[in-house]
Design a protein around this ligand. Structure first.
Ligand code: UD1
Ligand code: UDP
Length: 363
């Protein structure tokens, strides 16, 4: 069987690769390379176990560091593995430093690259992810895009070939996992009642790295007169420690990062979601829950256009007013993110399977 080297390293990539891995293993030998960008048990191993992702064949144990250092170390170690394995294709996901390093290492060795979640743009080059995406897309032969907007972005940048609008693999994951865990057990574990709490996540550097901004944000959450469950990303936890910040309200419940299946149950039962995460914004839509986005722009513009997500940037005073203005939420029948079969389409396209009508996905 032909060989695919999959390169992942951060939490959202484990969630994205789980359904794709299941599909591609029907036709290919997959060699799973974990860069070790995320390494805490609840940021890495938990997802492999819960989502039945096969053990990585290689864990490069890169760990944390500045962008150049982290990406550089990944590049050196990924290249070594690729030289060893000689795959027919390298498969990368999303927009992290692991994505960039995987794309660069493979392209320099003339290994074709397939990028899942290609074509997204925030048009904000201060986001490290924007740089990673642009480079990864430029170096990829297969551009598996989740939305029509992503297709348009690539076409505007001059991409003419290899664009496949397959839908969003995170939607596949959401549908596959939603009912695999008992909702009551999750709500009891966190002492919550359905629709009587807000779920919050924060990890973007623009919200966390400046102590004044992070303090203002945490204090805005503390002052909301509602129960908030806040599974805290290690970046944010570490920075709160560094800035000597403590939480002074019983309403704001900080907990360790939760598992994916717990997370999507919490999303489904939250009254509102407040987040700066890319993945959580989309899952709020999948779950039919309104979302306040702690960013000034988003790659997922459809969510804003359809009234599902509300961008407030870092004007945190707007959180309260936005919460008050949220009307009742109508479930949309639009299939903005595809039909939940993105992973199967990706595997079929890579396999050159003629039973799938590529004309419907290819641009
Ligand atoms: C990374 C991605 C971001 C993605 C996010 C998903 C880049 C540039 N950023 O951001 O696009 O949205 O992952 O969660 O690739 N840390 C731990 N334990 C861990 C992992 C991280 O303590 O297991 C702490 C370290 O202090 C580290 C910090 O979190 O310095 C940031 O980790 P890093 O992987 O560099 O970036 P993220 O903010 O997680
Ligand atoms: N997630 C999780 N546990 C948590 C927080 C998030 O499983 O405690 C999941 C979430 O459901 C989504 C993904 O992690 O699928 C999003 O990852 P993250 O917010 O770290 O990164 P981003 O999507 O912004 O790149």
């Amino acid at each position: 069987m032909p060989k695919i080297a999959t390169i992942v390293g951060a939490r959202p990539q484990f969630i994205k690769c789980a359904p794709v891995s299941r599909e591609i293993r029907k036709y290919f030998t997959e060699i799973l390379i974990h860069t070790g960008q995320h390494y805490d048990k609840n940021m890495s191993q938990t997802f492999f176990e819960e989502l039945s992702i096969p053990e990585p064949d290689y864990n490069l144990e890169i760990g944390s560091g500045n962008h150049g250092y982290q990406t550089g170390k990944m590049l050196i170690k990924i290249e070594k593995v690729l030289l060893d394995v000689e795959p027919d294709l390298a498969l990368i996901y999303g927009d992290t430093n692991s994505t960039l390093a995987g794309a660069l290492a493979a392209a320099k060795l003339h290994i074709p690259v397939a990028h899942v979640e290609a074509g997204l743009r925030s048009f904000n080059r201060k986001m490290p992810e924007e740089i990673n995406r642009i480079v990864a897309d430029k170096l990829s032969k297969y551009l598996f895009v989740p939305t029509q907007t992503a297709v348009n972005n690539l076409v505007k940048e001059g991409h003419t070939e290899g664009i496949y609008n397959v839908g969003d693999v995170m939607y596949d994951s959401f549908l596959f996992n939603l009912n695999r865990i008992e909702a009551d057990a999750v709500l009891n574990k966190f002492q919550l009642r359905s629709k009587e709490f807000i779920l919050a996540t924060i990890h973007r550097p623009q919200n966390t790295d400046d102590p004044a901004i992070l303090k203002e944000l945490i204090s805005a959450l503390e002052n909301l007169n509602e129960l908030i469950l806040f599974p805290i990303h290690p970046r944010t936890r570490n920075l709160m420690r560094k800035f000597n910040m403590t939480v002074n309200s019983n309403n704001l419940k900080l907990v360790e990062p939760v598992s994916y299946q717990e997370m999507i149950v919490l999303e489904k039962h939250a009254r509102v979601i407040i987040t700066d995460s890319g993945g959580v914004q989309k899952e709020a839509y999948f779950a039919g829950v309104p979302c306040i986005v702690l960013r000034g722009e988003t790659e997922w513009v459809e969510l804003v256009e359809h009234g599902w997500a509300h961008l407030i940037g870092n004007d945190f005073k707007k959180i309260q007013a936005t919460l008050e203005s949220l009307g009742s939420f109508q479930s949309s029948s639009d299939r903005i993110f595809g039909d939940g079969a993105a992973s199967r389409k990706i595997a079929d396209i890579l396999n050159g399977n003629k039973t799938i009508d590529n004309s419907k996905t290819q641009v």
